[in-house]
Structures are given as C-alpha cells and as structure tokens.
Ligand binder design. Structure first.
Ligand SMILES: Cc1cc2nc3c(=O)[nH]c(=O)nc-3n(C[C@H](O)[C@H](O)[C@H](O)COP(=O)(O)OP(=O)(O)OC[C@H]3O[C@@H](n4cnc5c(N)ncnc54)[C@H](O)[C@@H]3O)c2cc1C
Length: 300
C-alpha cells in the first residue's frame, strides 16, 4: 500500500501546471483531491513519476452564479458544492448528488473536476451533469475549449479530455422554463458508489407539457449516458404518472448493461427503469412547484 516514488510539484497557476504537464508528458499526473488517484497509486495501478498538485491554483476554486450560469471551479470539493448557496439556488440536483458521494472525508477532499476526469462508470456526478446540460472548460497547450457533458464520457475512465489538458470549470446554464431536476441512486452496499444512479430534469411550457427533458444514467453501462429513448418519449407530452412511467421503462433500451459480482445486467436494467421513474416524478413535481413559486413571487 505504499506508492512508487514520485517527484511532487505544486504550481500556483494553470499555465505553470500545463508547462509541467508538457515537460513530463506521460510520466506526469495532475493531483486534485487524491481520492481516486492516491488509492490507485497505493495499489500501483498508477505509477506517475511526477505529481502536479493543483490544490494551490486559486483560479480553479470558487463557485459563482453569474447571469444565470452557475460556474463551478474544477477544484470545488464535493462538500463545497453540497453547502454552496449558489448551487442550492441554481442546481439543487447537484447538491443532492454531492451529498451522496462517499463519506465526509471523501467529500472534504474530492473535487468535481477530479471526479469528472476520472470518469468512473459508477460515479455519481456524470448522471447529473448530463441531465443539467453542463459544459466543461478544458485548458491545454492548444488553448481553451468547452465540451458539452453529452460528448465527454467516452468509456470506463475515458473522457474527451486529453492527457495534456486541465479541466478548469464546470458551467451549468439556467433554464428559462419552469424547471425541476432530481438525482437518485441505489448505492452499492459495499462501496457506496452507484450500483445505478439516475438524474432527471424536466422543463415545462406554459401549457404544462414537457418542453425539455433530460435523463442521465450512471452505473449501468461502461460510461454514463443520456437515455435518449426516455427523453424522446416525453417530448411535448403532459407529464402524468403514466407517461413518466412509460418513458422510464425504456431508460436502458439499446444499452449494453454491465454484469459483474455486484449486480447482473438484468438487475441494473431493472433498477434504471425504477429509478428513472422516481427521478422523473420528482423532477416533474419540482418543476410544477417552481411554477407556483414564480407565480406567487410575481403577485407580491
Ligand atoms: C472511500 C471512497 C468512496 C468514494 N465514493 C464515491 C461515491 O459514492 N461516488 C462517487 O462518485 N465517487 C466516489 N469516490 C470517488 C471520489 O468522488 C473522488 O473524489 C473523485 O473520483 C476524484 O476526485 P479527486 O479530486 O479526488 O481527484 P484525484 O484523485 O486527485 O484525480 C483523479 C483523476 O483526475 C485527474 N484530474 C483531477 N483533477 C483534474 C483536473 N482539474 N484536470 C485534469 N485532470 C484532473 C487526475 O490526474 C486523476 O487522473 C469515492 C472515493 C473513495 C476514496
């Protein structure tokens, strides 16, 4: 349980972290909260010769809500997200997600950037960032680019981010609609990671029909995915319990579900449907309540 020897670097800016990454190439790894990387190093699954600790890079910290867009620095910890008033106001489903990650120590140290780049197929955030249409900012030698969550998760521990790039920010846009979202997971009783986790988001039009639906699912397949069949089934529909249940029933359609010692593919598929229905019902109820809140605020 002792990692191989490594050199430790502690840059103060993204630019100097990028320079170190370029200098040491495949021998280097970014260190954020260390909650995934350090266990891998102790098991010697990862043996980077250079660790670049971005914990002192001030520009990667902080959570801001500006002009309707929630901007979360990549080094924001799960706990900072759980207790951030800005996140609670703009994206309460993300609060719900951060609150069920690991234990207090993990939430104190682990960061959203680290979790998204690590892209564990049973991690919690991927489902929620998919449902909330998040965008990630990546900075590398070629400059800065943004990637939508829907194009980011490519496979187990594999993302669109290059090895020479640093994630700097997660941006979540506000919805102009009456909007509600929710994240629910069935935790693996041994590890607490998601056996299956489902995030749902619903935006309602003036007539109370679904104008916007997103369903993000983690734990079922080799990477988190959007349940596009479920989303399509609800487009333009009145979100009754029956239509939500019909949509949830296809949440894992066309997906190659994982089967392992923790759960069979059949069980994961079943859970995806059950949790999708519950998350959609919660999202619908929250969207309706947000409409009621807006109406009563406009009467004051
Ligand atoms: C006991 C335990 C229980 C856990 N339970 C859960 C759980 O229930 N649900 C869940 O989702 N997760 C869980 N985790 C994982 C936890 O959420 C980690 O915090 C997260 O996966 C990694 O974040 P980190 O900041 O610790 O990243 P690190 O471990 O420091 O890094 C992870 C990877 O991301 C890279 N990286 C980190 N930040 C950046 C960046 N900004 N730009 C580019 N690359 C970067 C690193 O090089 C490394 O490859 C658990 C972990 C532990 C130890």
């Amino acid at each position: 349980m002792i990692p191989a020897a490594f050199a430790y670097h502690r840059p103060r800016t993204v630019q100097s972290a990028l320079r170190l990454l370029q200098l040491h190439g495949h021998d280097a790894k970014i260190l954020a909260g260390g909650q995934s990387l350090l266990p891998m190093m102790k098991l010697r699954v990862a043996t980077p010769a250079h660790l670049i600790d971005i914990g002192r890079v001030a520009s990667l910290r902080g959570i801001r809500l500006r002009q309707g867009v929630l901007r979360i620095g990549a080094m924001a910890t799960h706990q900072e997200i759980e207790f951030s008033p800005a996140v609670r106001r703009a994206a309460p489903a993300l609060v719900e997600t951060a609150a069920v990650i690991g234990d207090l120590q993990v939430r104190n140290l682990g960061t959203i950037g680290g979790a998204l780049i690590h892209a564990d197929p049973v991690a919690d955030y991927p489902a929620t960032v998919l449902a909330l249409d998040a965008e990630f900012t990546l900075q590398g030698p070629a400059g800065v680019r943004t990637v939508p969550a829907a194009e980011f998760f490519l496979g187990p521990m594999t993302t669109d981010a290059g090895p020479d790039e640093i994630m700097t920010e997660v941006a979540i846009p506000a919805s102009p609609l009456r909007f509600g979202a929710a994240y629910l997971k069935m935790p693996n009783p041994a590890s607490g990671f998601a056996l299956v986790g489902v995030a749902a988001a619903i935006g309602l039009d003036q007539a109370g029909r679904c104008a916007h639906v997103r369903v993000g699912i983690t734990g079922v397949a080799s990477a988190a995915y959007r349940a596009s069949g479920a989303e399509a089934a609800l487009a333009g529909q009145e979100p009754t319990d029956e239509t939500l249940a019909r949509a949830a029933a296809v949440a894992a359609d066309g997906v190659d579900a994982n089967s392992d010692i923790h759960a069979s593919a059949e069980y994961r598929t079943h859970l995806a449907g059950v949790l999708a229905r519950r998350a959609l019902v919660l999202a619908r109820d929250r969207a309706m309540a947000s409409g009621r809140r807006r109406r009563s605020a406009s009467r004051v």
